[in-house]
Write a protein that binds this ligand. Structure first.
Ligand code: SAM
Length: 403
């Protein structure tokens, strides 16, 4: 493989912004990939995949290259040299590339691979927390979270069937396989940019991880119901709910961020979903008005996102231990407040994209033990393991409000 100077430089620039300026990897890549209009899809994939790889293996590569934050430009090139060497790619003799002997890189790699926090490239505190929470299962989950995420699509049944999406994309040389385990899902056989396809522009599908596609289904919605999506964000699951409800009934999508709800509106237009109304939570009045009124409530709660490290590897470096405690408390408050929106006999799903029991089954058990929680019973719950499923880690519980 021949390395192209401008692509490697773009990757190094991106890494500087992510590691030194604290910017989010996906946002940086969106910016960097606009640098040169002449780049084709292979060039873009090279930059994106190299950057994600080096972000994923930051701790391991930093130890091998003997560099530390803040990362000077020569040190970012050293990380790149480690990446290339470990992939058997010849490191070019550009003046920016200070030579590191291959034998030294491989020797350090073998040595460090004996210690999990280096091998899996993870902060000490996170490794300790994972082990404490999941015991023996943690090692396998961590290894799965360090693999590259597949691109999964959800066919939007308001506009197209899974087969129609598959055929339309095949006409544009985008190969997909239908996932028998998930009714609306297709997985890309090879990474390609699907956002420029006609099928996407026409709202035939959304990009949504397979595990995430289970959440709206668990809520057992029916056409004509009144449904509140209490933490709707940009609407990944709201759009799925609208499709399951065949555009009939009412969905109230709430969030504390107006910007996310604006994005939801844009997406629902493309998807042809007409039964969604957005409400920004500017005060408690906004949700108090809805108490005892909904057939179904979805609480896709803010969480650590630990189940999504595959697609967001920089989470390993951005997440702080204090945040875990804060978010667990926020989830408990959200459960107390938004469960009141469910009417008697109605149902609610509580979900997170985390694999920590504290955010998941323990959170639900703690809720059920409270005065408000005693009005509910747990119908079923599911924990999706990244190691077993091959997709994001998720948790979802269906609770029904007693009559
Ligand atoms: C896991 S994300 C939601 C993802 C979204 N449901 C989807 O499928 O695309 C959690 C959302 O909760 C929102 N949030 C945080 N605190 C909240 C609160 N107190 N009330 C409502 N939403 C909140 C966040 O802004 C974020 O969009």
């Amino acid at each position: 493989m021949k390395l192209h100077r401008n692509l490697v430089f773009a990757a190094v620039d991106a890494l500087g912004m992510i590691f030194n300026d604290g910017e989010q990897a996906d946002k940086v890549l969106r910016k960097v990939l606009k640098f040169d209009k002449r780049w084709g899809s292979r060039d873009r994939s090279f930059i994106a995949e190299t950057v994600y790889d080096i972000v994923r293996w930051k701790r391991l590569y930093s130890e091998i290259a003997e560099v530390k934050a803040p990362y000077s430009r020569p040190n970012l090139f050293r990380l790149f040299a480690v990446w290339a060497t470990l992939r058997g790619i010849e490191v070019p003799d550009w003046k920016q590339m200070e030579p590191i002997p291959t034998r030294r890189i491989k020797g350090r790699f073998d040595e460090l691979s004996k210690i999990r926090k280096y091998k899996e490239s993870i902060p000490d505190w996170m490794d300790e927390m994972g082990e404490k929470a999941l015991g023996k299962k943690w090692g396998a989950e961590l290894a799965a979270l360090n693999t590259q995420a597949q691109v999964v699509l959800r066919a939007n049944s308001l506009k197209a069937t899974v087969k129609e999406v598959r055929n339309t994309l095949a006409d544009q040389d985008i190969d997909t396989k239908i996932l028998d385990t998930h009714p609306d899902a297709l997985e890309l056989v090879e990474r390609k940019n699907v956002f420029t396809s006609e099928a996407f522009k026409n709202g035939f599908f959304e990009v949504q991880d397979a595990s995430s596609q289970k959440v709206a289904r668990m809520l057992e919605v029916e056409p004509g119901m009144r449904v509140v999506d209490a933490c709707a964000g940009a609407g990944g699951k709201t759009l799925h709910l609208a499709a399951l409800m065949e555009n009939k009934g009412q969905i109230i999508a709430m969030d504390i961020y107006a910007g996310k709800l604006r994005e939801l509106k844009r997406r629902s237009k493309r998807a042809g979903a007409h039964n969604i109304e957005t409400r920004e939570i500017t005060s408690t009045k906004v949700f108090k008005k809805l108490y005892n009124s909904a057939d179904r409530v979805l609480i896709d709660a803010p969480c650590t996102g630990l189940g999504t490290i595959k697609r967001n590897p920089d989470l390993k470096w951005k997440l702080q231990p204090e945040f875990v405690d804060k978010v667990v408390q926020r989830q408990a408050d959200i459960l107390q407040n938004y469960s009141k929106i469910v009417k008697d006999g109605g149902k609610m799903v509580y979900a997170t994209c985390s694999i920590l029991p504290r955010e998941n089954q323990e959170q639900v058990q703690a809720f059920l033990a409270t005065e408000q929680g005693q009005k509910f019973q747990l119908e079923k719950e599911e924990t999706v393991s990244p190691a077993k499923s091959g997709y994001d880690g998720f948790y979802m519980a269906l609770l029904s409000r007693k009559q």
